[in-house]
Design a protein around this ligand. Structure first.
Ligand code: MEV
Length: 431
């Protein structure tokens, strides 16, 4: 992360007009005029670029790009771009980051960028003999994989290990599964690992005497995890009606509920992914890969559980921690094709995939904390409906200053409904 001398603590950022916010971010990240045009959506992904990205393209589909403020990660201030359609997400995460900041910000870490590629081998006469043969050929298989490693090997990555897993009983009979572990450096690595396992397949057949079927990465990237931890002093959590101590207790209880119950853990983890996916999309990363990896990791004990942990420290502060697989890249794929993705990386000052994963972990933890704090105190609907009122007002046809007027009335009347928004708008227009 670039060592910005300026702070991500931007009080009142949300109250400024969009153009001013964009200007602050542009200055923060030294964006060129062209990059600024992409940021506000004047330029950006166009139909011609879309046509090169997917098949049967007929257009482009835009989503809001917001900036989460207040993040302090390993002592460095970070502004975080988030692409998300859901109201409250950016406000909630920024507010949570402000509270973690009071406890010194986040401490984050990430594993080496090791991806796993799988080779499925059928018709093996003796699984144990075949497994032994693969292990005896480990060094040769690693060298063969590196032959097709290209720029990843030139950058210091490459094949690291071969593992064998036996599946003696499946619906289709016994299988030998060969895992290739590969350091993919700053790539997400799907292409690299898929190329490598396809290249190894005939050699694996020759070594085992078996028949290879699938050759594909695993999205359970549990060798490529990221973690974030932070502390919030109890005093910072006090509300009008609850002491800081009571809020710490309520958050710990909410966290324990998700640890113990898969029904709650699913929703709890969905809140985590609200934040992580939004950053992934902003950076042109494959958020479905992150989703599948996160939920599989949450089930690793055999029972689906929460990806975060909340504890009360001896001094009464709240300690929060997250750990999950995060296979993200900053080179290749849409990260380079989508014009906004490069700008998102520039705003965060990112120079390695590991840094991006660490920021995402901090965002996931903040998002989760914000949700369970709201749920464990005043409930989520009050704040959420206020944000929702804006969408209702716009959907009812409010424009410009009318939006604020309709929202204020909807909230004041505690009646945030489409019909009411239409009636208020008609009144305003009639005046
Ligand atoms: C809504 O998008 C996310 C939450 O349901 C997460 C949670 O319940 O922790 C609020």
């Amino acid at each position: 992360m670039t060592d910005h001398t300026h702070t991500s603590r931007l009080p009142g950022f949300y109250k400024r007009p969009l153009a001013e916010r964009a200007a602050i971010v542009a200055q923060w990240a030294n964006l060129t005029p062209d990059e600024q045009a992409v940021l506000i959506g004047v330029r950006g992904l166009n139909a011609a670029a879309a046509d090169n990205m997917i098949e049967n393209a007929v257009g482009v589909y835009a989503l809001p790009l917001g900036i989460a403020t207040n993040f302090l990660i390993n002592g460095v201030d970070v502004l975080v771009p988030m692409v998300v359609e859901e109201p409250s997400v950016v406000a909630a995460v920024s507010n949570a980051a402000r509270l973690f900041r009071e406890g010194g910000g986040f401490t984050t870490a990430s594993d080496e960028p090791i991806m796993i590629g799988q080779i499925q081998v059928m018709d093996v006469e003796d699984l144990f003999v075949a497994a032994g043969a693969i292990k005896a050929n480990r060094a040769r298989l690693l060298t063969l994989a590196d032959e097709v490693g290209g720029s990843i090997v030139r950058r210091g990555g490459g094949a690291r290990d071969i593992e064998v897993r036996l599946l003696p009983e499946t619906g289709a009979g016994p299988m030998l599964i060969v895992h290739l572990l590969m350091d993919v450096r700053d790539a997400m690595g799907a292409n690299a690992i898929n190329t490598a396992v396809e290249h190894l397949a005939p050699h694996v057949e020759a070594i085992t005497g078996g028949r290879v079927v699938l050759r594909i990465l695993s999205n359970l990237t549990d060798r490529r995890k990221a973690s974030a931890e932070g502390v919030i002093p109890a005093a910072a959590l006090a509300t009008e009606s609850l002491s800081g101590d009571q809020v710490v207790q309520a958050v710990v209880e909410a966290g324990a509920f998700a640890e113990a119950d898969p029904y709650r853990a699913t929703t709890h983890n969905k809140g985590i992914m609200n934040g992580i996916d939004a950053v992934a999309i902003a950076c042109g990363n494959d958020w479905r890969a992150l989703e599948s990896g996160a939920h599989a990791y949450a089930s690793r004990s055999g029972r689906y559980t929460s990806l975060t942990r909340y504890r009360k420290d001896a001094d009464g502060s709240l300690r929060a921690r997250i750990e999950l697989p995060l296979s993200v890249g900053i080179v290749g794929g849409a990260t380079r094709v989508h014009p906004a993705a490069g700008i998102a990386l520039k705003i965060m000052g990112i120079t390695s995939a590991g840094q991006l994963a660490q920021i995402m972990a901090a965002v996931g933890l903040s998002q989760n904390f914000a949700a369970i704090r709201a749920l464990a105190t005043e409930g989520i609907q009050r704040g959420h409906m206020r944000m929702h009122a804006r969408q209702i007002a716009v959907a009812a046809g409010a424009q410009g200053a009318e939006v604020g007027q309709v929202v204020a009335r909807l909230v004041q009347e505690d009646n945030i409904r489409a019909e009411r928004a239409q009636a208020i708008l008609a009144e305003i227009k009639g005046q």
